[in-house]
Design a protein around this ligand. Structure first.
Ligand SMILES: Cc1cc2nc3c(=O)[nH]c(=O)nc-3n(C[C@H](O)[C@H](O)[C@H](O)COP(=O)(O)O)c2cc1C
Length: 384
């Protein structure tokens, strides 16, 4: 009942007020507020009482990591690790911090966030704004929460890291620091940022994406495997992929990932296709950026189901893009995702959406006669 009240208050009052202000201003204030809530034992426990939903059918053990539920916060919402002590209380099963880079970056010039309300989407042009891996590691080392966290590692947004060796050195520099500090339950490599060094142009793959090329990816993964701890100590490695690539292009990358023992793929990043029929808003001329939310759903779902069809035994699939409710979440699970992530749904629906999704998932899984979430994974897809 109280979840319905929170939904009503968010949708009818709080969201209306928040949407009057600049989105980046609201984003920054929200993360500061979350940080304060997470810093105190009492506010943590009160938040958990209000928001948490648990059900054994949702608990998974994936590569030795226990996920209380499949719903994670996606990369980009908490770039600087402000929310690590409150998101578990809101009911998230895990989170991605970042994307984080070896060197701090103040963000791209100009407008960096825009609400695309008709499309239920956010235009994003942060360009990997973050405080840098050292400070993020410092914050994570002090965290009180115990739910799984993965740092999303990208390469520093600069012309230098667009070159092969420098790019690899940048990724590996961050990875090494994470390994040395022992932070992160699994490691994510973001090879799909559309907003760094010219990557916003749909027709031109950006430099932030230039490891989404089979040969370059292979070299990056060689370098990762070279310093990754041996088998029993290895923490799983996940790759975050684009959604605008064809299946053939994506499959080439997946083959490379499989050959290098990558454990998981996150599908996927922001949409760059401004002619996408689900993009209903007009984006101002000259405004750079990729967009999130509802227009990402079909593209992501298509790649999720194809990946499951061919690589169900090779990768854990994380489904991201346009999850606003339990139906959206369950659809991705039935198409092959074992884990989910969202950000835009949180902004448009409110913080109680995590509870609503988890409750709705548990209900749907049982109603369909499955004993556990894992039995529903890929139920709508034929496996090869
Ligand atoms: C404000 C914002 C910032 C983002 N920054 C990143 C980022 O730094 N790294 C990344 O891998 N994805 C980033 N993304 C993409 C999201 O992680 C996600 O892939 C995408 O938004 C689709 O999910 P959604 O529809 O639930 O928002 C960002 C998205 C948003 C909305």
């Amino acid at each position: 009942m109280h979840i319905k009240i929170i939904r009503f208050l968010y949708k009818n009052i709080l969201k209306r007020i928040l949407f009057l202000f600049d989105p980046e201003f609201v984003h920054d204030r929200t993360t500061t507020f979350g940080r304060i809530l997470g810093s105190n034992r009492l506010t943590r426990s009160l938040t958990a009482k209000l928001f948490k939903f648990t059900d054994p059918v949702l608990i998974q053990n994936i590569h030795g990591i226990r996920f209380e539920n499949p719903v994670g916060l996606t990369a980009g919402f908490d770039k600087d690790a402000n929310l690590v002590d409150i998101l578990d209380c809101i009911g998230f099963g895990y989170m991605q911090v970042g994307s984080v880079t070896l060197h701090p970056y103040e963000g791209n010039p100009g407008k960096r966030l825009l609400r695309l309300k008709k499309s239920k989407s956010i235009l994003v042009n942060y360009g990997l704004k973050n405080i840098g891996v050292d400070k993020v590691i410092e914050r994570l080392s002090k965290r009180k929460s115990t739910f799984p966290i993965s740092i999303s590692i990208a390469k520093t947004n600069s012309a230098i890291t667009c070159q092969l060796d420098e790019g690899i050195a940048d990724y590996i520099g961050s990875y090494k620091k994470c390994l040395e500090a022992g932070v992160g339950d699994f490691h994510t490599f973001n090879i799909s940022c559309p907003n760094s060094h010219g990557g916003w142009d749909y027709n031109n793959p950006g430099d932030g994406e230039n490891f989404a090329d089979p040969d370059r990816l292979s070299k990056l993964l060689d370098a990762i495997n070279e310093i990754a701890p041996p088998d029993e100590d290895r923490k799983p490695v996940f790759l975050k992929l684009q959604i605008n690539r064809s299946w053939d292009d994506t499959r080439e990358l997946l083959e490379v990932a499989k050959a290098h023992g990558v454990e998981g793929v996150i599908i996927g990043n922001l949409n760059k296709d401004r002619s996408d029929p689900d993009l209903l808003d007009t984006i101002p001329d000259g405004q750079k950026g990729g967009f999130s939310g509802y227009p990402n759903k079909k593209l992501a779902n298509n790649l999720i189901s194809k990946t499951f069809e061919t690589y169900a035994d090779d990768f854990v699939i994380v489904g991201v893009g346009g999850i606003f409710n339990a139906d959206d979440a369950y659809e991705k699970i039935r198409l092959g995702a074992s884990l989910l992530q969202l950000a835009t749904g949180l902004i448009y629906e409110g913080p109680q959406v995590v509870h609503e999704i988890n409750r709705g998932l548990a209900r749907r899984i049982k109603a369909d006669g499955f004993r556990h979430l894992s039995d529903a994974v890929g139920a709508d897809v034929k496996r090869r």
